[in-house]
Write a protein that binds this ligand. Structure first.
Ligand SMILES: C[S@@+](CC[C@H](N)C(=O)[O-])C[C@H]1O[C@@H](n2cnc3c(N)ncnc32)[C@H](O)[C@@H]1O
Length: 230
């Protein structure tokens, strides 16, 4: 059996989880059509991608402050809430009010979310405008950086590193080979933007990358880049 079909069947194992799975995919698709640039994908991440994104969080040896950026319909959040410990703090920053509303409802109704609701908060704003009282140990970001102007990507990377505590980790995903593939069909301005994104990302990756995970069971397949602040 194909893994994606298997994931669908697993999610559809009970009537309520099937309804949730379909509702999330439908809402994601609707938002993709209305706000393509910031939604950046046609479907939520698979649970294989969610597992790779939360690798550093699952392996840590002490409680900490966790920040999820661009949670969308909660494909990665649902794994984060299961990994949270009693002493952890969990913040979510989401630009899209519809997604934020959906997540707040989940913190009020879903048992796994309710269990951690007292130490979690959904913030509705762009990450580049978010300010925190204390830095975070774990950043997990689902932002579609490859859709953004180069200046915005530069400011988002600066924000990530400003929000991270020393020794803290940033995990973010990007679809495999997306920039080289886009360059094949890009016009001159778009090529310049993509080259600039390569330069910005490579600058951070060359200094701070600790690991890269390959996730083939996702639409489309993705890499998770794991970076650490010195
Ligand atoms: C590709 S989706 C990822 C959703 C989810 N994490 C997943 O993996 O299925 C990108 C998400 O980032 C949000 N987003 C885009 N730009 C943002 C920004 N500047 N600040 C915060 N969230 C943003 C979008 O609204 C959307 O929910």
């Amino acid at each position: 059996m194909k893994p994606l079909a298997w994931e669908f069947i697993r999610s559809a194992a009970t009537k309520s989880s099937m309804t949730q799975f379909l509702k999330d995919h439908w809402e994601f698709w609707r938002q993709f059509r209305q706000r393509f640039e910031t939604t950046g994908a046609v479907a939520p991440s698979s649970r294989f991608l969610a597992k790779a994104m939360t690798g550093p969080m699952a392996r840590r040896d002490r409680p900490g402050r966790i920040l999820e950026i661009g949670p969308g319909t909660g494909a990665v959040t649902q794994r984060i809430v299961r990994l949270l410990r009693p002493e952890d703090r969990f913040d979510l920053v989401e630009l899209n009010e519809t997604f934020a509303g959906l997540l707040r409802e989940r913190f009020a109704t879903d048992p796994n979310y309710r269990a951690v609701a007292d130490r979690s908060q959904v913030h509705v704003c762009p990450i580049q405008e978010f300010t925190a009282t204390e830095p975070y140990d774990i950043l997990i970001s689902g932002l579609p950086l490859n859709n953004f102007p180069a200046e915005l990507v530069q400011s988002i990377f600066e924000t990530y590193f400003k929000l991270l505590a020393p020794g803290g980790t940033l995990s973010y995903f990007e679809y495999m080979y997306v920039r080289p593939l886009r360059k094949l069909v890009a016009n001159k301005d778009e090529k310049t933007r993509l080259n600039e994104l390569d330069r910005i990302a490579n600058n951070y990756l060359s200094k701070h990358r600790i690991n890269r995970s390959w996730v083939f069971v996702n639409i489309p397949p993705a890499w998770v880049q794991h970076l650490q602040k010195p």
